[in-house]
Write a protein of this length. Structure first.
Lengths: 829, 221
């Protein structure tokens, strides 16, 4: 036990004297920010996901063509979940001699479990929340049915064998979806009226849906139960099945949160690395002395490990308490904004913070400590006898690899981690090279300047290695902070702007070719611009590279769905503005009519396709072969018609199809749609305002989270700055004493220090700003599919703030050093 | 009884101009309780010899033994164990740990040896060097002479067989230097330990029982 006793005593003395303070505060801030960010992002992302599941009208939705077993509902009840039932089928409605095809949704009390039904008094009128489901004997109807059948409130219509009363216009139901696939206009009725219709009989084409909602842990447990117990033909629906737009927004919000977490972890790692470096440097002399007094290498290493572990435990306890406190505080402050019952914070972030802190320590603190144990005891006689150089490349390489692995485990987003990792690595290398360049340059400059400048510049060049470490730490710290500032400002604003007031909020589908021109004229007459018409043809893939898709095995559900079901496809001469080419090339006019196809990334991934693959489609009984010419990344939440498959013009001239479009209509313009559905009876109109509102709410949540994560990252950034400033404090103390003994005034010494830090800050700031802008641009284009033009202000702010922040904080930190009486400093050396 | 012995000790280091011999074929024998001064001009190899005798460094050739244990046959950890048991040090630059108080600095070698009476023994050692009142002061709060007295207390507290002192008065004024030297010899007599010191100070060297003079790495007297 002598190791333990000695280590505890030593640690206590280190803490008392402030020697371990930099490392302890770096670790504490790291754990606090990781914990708080972890708590906050996990709760916000769960909130975002819950917001998104409204498109299922529930947290979980199980669908089947056969009635669901009562056991499923019993199990849900036992798990503490609420549940309800929804039946969907198509049938014809009759008013006198007139008829209209409708998609009937028969719902039970409690529907919807998530989201809100909205109804209006007149077709395309102002909608209001419904508060309940249709009363027995009543139906709520899609505006198109009301317009087609010219119904007045209170009028009866026949649904199968039952006569039901038209009570309101159904403006929105949470699970109406945005797939727009051959949807008939909707009718919502009470499930209690269903037997009277006589429409449900063995062999009827009905979809039975069980809807379940409740507290997050119970939902997660029930999801697992359903996956394990669902019968063949029963299917758990996903958000993406209902709204690709919402799915895309949730993904993007998740990426924003992940990026913020990455930033805080990276800054924490830099802070820990700097703290550990200083900790080891402060201990070299003491270790040499201990070895003189008989301490073995094993003893030194054991003592260091115990001290480090105890330090880590103190930091984790303090950091987790601060993180939890901060998270609770934020949740309380934002209680009105985050109105939903946020799931309780789980202990997982503390565990992740603990593991991350351990890896950071093992990666960044252990190498300098391992080096400590090799300190030659003869250092007590010859101060120049340093420990043998540690293979930093290997040890830090391992630490970096471990950090990247942790980041990946945290965010599970290979592309994001790869880009950010590559960015940080690239910037680290550039900063190191620039650091050596500066050290070299300042060495040459010092001849032609005054004494203060010469002292400052000489310091930069003389402390070559330490100056480079400082530049890298300052630069990386500033870069991560600026990157987060870019994300917080420009990228989120770009996203918000892409969901601005003019975003299309109504989709019109099933436009017959003969209706296209009259409809365009109608739009023009009503001042509705920007309504591009896209041809829509239904097709099913039959072969991939001559192999029938039926013989191919697809592990993912999406792949099977693509292989089994018909898809909407279109043709276009130009690449859609919200599509980005990620492989292959877009066709030219010369390619018109050629058998080519452009596929979306989702289609490529689900069916494992690549450019050059030969695909065969069945289009209304006709066979069409085409070669994959390009792959597109589609921004589904642009609210413009988008397609998995796009062909060149004139290839599908013979195929029969329809058109679709999306337009922006304000509340004043919407009532005019009654005329559209009367004049063009085949056209279906979908109002997606509710989905848009949901996505805007998600953007707001993501912004809020990023905003608060930024605060914690800032704290970690400040620790990096302080740790980097402290890195050369001891040397500076001695030099200042020598200079002052030689007659230099405090002002001269301070000017020198200010020069040194300003030079370091200028270099670090300019590189950081350039790198942050570049990485921001890459992330915007590659990961977020957002239009982002680099803002020169970021560069300027980075440069100015970097120079000022490093210059001022460095000088302030040196203030005490310079003000220490020279004799005191010299005595310590 | 011989407590310290060096036989044909040579130290060669690499330099840009080729191998450089700092110490050549130095041999000596020191008996228990004896006092030896190693003198010579700057660069003569005094500190190198001291580091080899104390087992802080290994010779290129030759043998060194303390209390009959051949240091050159031992690993660094083995030499550390010998140092912990048989050797004490006093340095020109004091080498007190700045984050520890005077008492804690003296306690350090006892704690490393896992002695349960560390505090009591260190308090007594500080009293022997007349610094009881300064026991909770940090090194920066002590004068040079006081710091060296703390270092002496630290060196003697384990009752080593051999005490090595490298220019123990080199950083001190005459009065403080005199007091530190007196202390060293008093404790040497009181504890019966062997004292080996490196010095420029002929007066200090003259107080030792024997003198070894080095010139360009060779023993000349």
């Amino acid at each position: 036990m002598p190791v333990l006793r000695f280590a505890f005593r030593n640690l206590w003395r280190d803490l008392k004297s402030g020697d371990s303070l930099v490392l302890l505060s770096a670790l504490t801030v790291a754990v606090a920010s990781l914990t708080a960010v972890g708590f906050f992002t996990s709760r916000i992302s769960q909130g975002v996901e819950r917001q998104a599941t409204r498109v299922l009208a529930a947290d979980l939705r199980l669908e089947s063509a056969d009635p669901l077993s009562p056991a499923v509902f019993a199990a849900a009840r036992a798990a503490g979940l609420r549940s309800t039932l929804e039946l969907s089928f198509a049938t014809a409605l009759f008013k006198g001699g007139q008829s209209q095809l409708a998609a009937v949704n028969a719902v039970a009390p409690g529907y919807p479990l998530r989201g809100t039904l909205r109804i209006a008094d007149v077709p395309f009128g102002v909608a209001r929340p419904a508060g309940s489901i249709p009363a027995p004997g009543e139906v709520w109807l899609d505006a198109r049915i009301v317009a087609q059948l010219d119904l007045k409130p209170g009028e009866d219509l026949r649904v199968g064998a039952a006569t039901l009363r038209y009570a309101a216009v159904l403006a929105y139901r949470p699970d109406q979806g945005t797939g727009f696939v051959n949807l008939a206009p909707a009718l919502l009725m009470n499930v209690g009226d269903l037997p009277a219709t006589g429409l449900i009989a063995p062999g009827s084409r009905v979809t039975y849906a069980g809807l379940f909602a409740g507290p997050a842990p119970a939902v997660a447990a029930f999801r697992a139960y359903l996956i394990a117990h669902k019968r063949p033909g029963e299917r758990l629906r996903q958000v993406g099945d209902y709204s690709r737009q919402l799915n895309s927004a949730v993904d993007r919000a998740g990426r924003f949160l992940n990026l913020s977490s990455l930033a805080s972890v990276l800054l924490a790692a830099i802070a820990v690395a700097m703290g550990a470096r200083r900790y080891a440097e402060r201990h070299v002399d003491a270790v040499a002395l201990m070895k003189c007094m008989g301490a073995s290498q094993g003893f030194i290493l054991s003592v260091s490990l115990v001290e480090l572990s105890v330090l880590a435990l103190i930091a984790v306890a303090a950091g987790a308490a601060i993180g939890l406190g901060a998270e609770t505080g934020i949740a309380w402050l934002l209680r009105d904004l985050i109105r939903e019952d946020l799931p309780p914070a789980s202990p997982l972030p503390v565990l992740i913070a603990l593991v991350t802190a351990a890896v950071m320590l093992a990666g960044f603190a252990l190498p300098p400590l391992m080096r400590l144990k090799n300190t030659p005891p003869v250092r007590v006689l010859r101060r120049t006898a340093d420990p043998p150089p540690w293979r930093h490349g290997v040890s830090y390489g391992l630490a970096l690899a471990a950090m990247i692995a942790i980041l990946w485990i945290m965010v599970r987003d290979t592309e994001l981690v790869a880009w950010v990792g590559a960015g940080v690595l690239g910037v680290g290398v550039a900063l190191t090279a620039a650091g050596y360049g500066l050290v070299h340059l300042t060495g040459g400059l010092r001849g032609g300047v005054g004494v203060a400048w010469r002292y400052g510049l000489a310091n930069v060049s003389r402390r070559g290695g330490a100056s480079v470490v400082q530049i890298v730490a300052f630069g990386l710290g500033l870069m991560v902070l600026l990157l987060l500032a870019v994300v917080r400002g420009d990228l989120l604003n770009s996203w918000r702007a892409s969901l601005g007031d003019r975003v299309p909020n109504n989709f019109l589908i099933n436009i017959r070719p003969q209706d296209r021109e009259p409809l365009e004229q109608w739009f023009a007459a009503h001042g509705i611009a920007d309504a591009p018409m896209y041809p829509v043809i239904r097709a099913r893939i039959t072969r991939i590279n001559s192999r029938a898709v039926g013989t191919l095995h697809f592990a993912n559900a999406r792949g099977r769905a693509f292989a089994e079901r018909e898809q909407n496809l279109t043709w276009s001469g130009a690449l859609m503005p919200d599509n980005q080419l990620v492989a292959g090339s877009w066709w030219t006019r010369a390619d018109d009519g050629k058998p080519l196809v452009s596929i979306s990334t989702e289609y490529r991934d689900a069916l494992h396709l690549a450019v050059g693959d030969e695909l065969q489609f069945d289009i209304a009984g006709e066979t069409l072969s085409a070669r994959v010419a390009s792959v597109r990344k589609v921004r589904w939440d642009s609210f413009r018609p988008n397609f998995f498959l796009v062909f060149p013009p004139h290839l599908l001239d013979g195929a029969a199809g329809t058109y679709m479009t999306s337009v922006h209509l304000n509340a004043r313009q919407r009532p005019a749609l009654v005329e559209v559905v009367r004049r063009f009876p085949s056209v279906s109109v979908f109002d997606v305002d509710a989905i848009l509102a949901q996505i805007r709410a998600i953007v707001d949540r993501a912004s809020l989270a990023v905003q608060y994560v930024f605060l914690f990252t800032l704290a970690a950034g400040i620790v990096v700055l302080l740790a980097a400033v402290q890195a050369t404090r001891d040397e500076r103390r001695y030099e200042s004493a020598i200079l002052r003994t030689l007659g230099a005034s405090r002002w001269t010494v301070l000017q020198g220090v200010a020069t040194e830090f300003t030079a370091l800050g200028f270099l670090a700031g300019s590189l950081a700003a350039t790198a942050a802008t570049a990485i921001g641009w890459v992330l915007a284009r590659r990961l977020f599919s957002l239009a982002y033009s680099p803002d020169p202000a970021v560069w300027l702010v980075g440069l100015t703030c970097g120079t000022a922040l490093v210059g001022v904080s460095g000088t302030l930190a040196a203030w005490r050093v310079v003000n220490t009486p020279p004799i005191e400093s010299l005595r310590e050396n | 009884m011989t407590v310290l012995e060096a036989r044909d000790v040579t130290k060669t280091v690499a330099s840009p101009e080729g191998p450089l011999t700092i110490l050549a074929d130095v041999s000596l024998r020191v008996r228990a309780g004896e006092t030896l001064a190693i003198v010579g001009a700057s660069g003569a190899g005094k500190s190198t010899l001291l580091s080899l005798l104390a087992g802080l460094d290994s010779p290129t050739s030759g043998r060194v033994s303390i209390a009959g244990i051949d240091l050159t046959a031992l690993s660094e950890d083995g030499r550390a164990a010998v140092r912990g048991k048989h050797v004490g040090f006093v340095f020109q630059a004091f080498h007190l740990i700045p984050s520890l108080t005077a008492l804690e600095n003296v306690m350090m070698p006892l704690e490393l040896a896992n002695r349960s009476d560390a505090r009591a023994a260190a308090t007594e050692a500080l009293a022997e060097v007349g610094l009881t009142a300064r026991r909770s002061h940090y090194p920066k709060q002590l004068s040079g002479g006081e710091q060296q007295r703390v270092a002496i207390a630290r060196a003697f507290v384990t009752r080593p067989h051999v005490l090595f002192a490298d220019e123990p008065t080199g950083n001190l004024d005459t009065v403080s230097g005199q007091r530190v030297a007196d202390l060293l010899f008093e404790l040497n007599r009181g504890t019966g330990s062997t004292l080996v010191l490196v010095t420029h100070d002929r007066g200090l060297a003259a107080r030792c029982g024997r003198t070894l003079e080095l010139d360009a790495g060779r023993a000349v007297a």
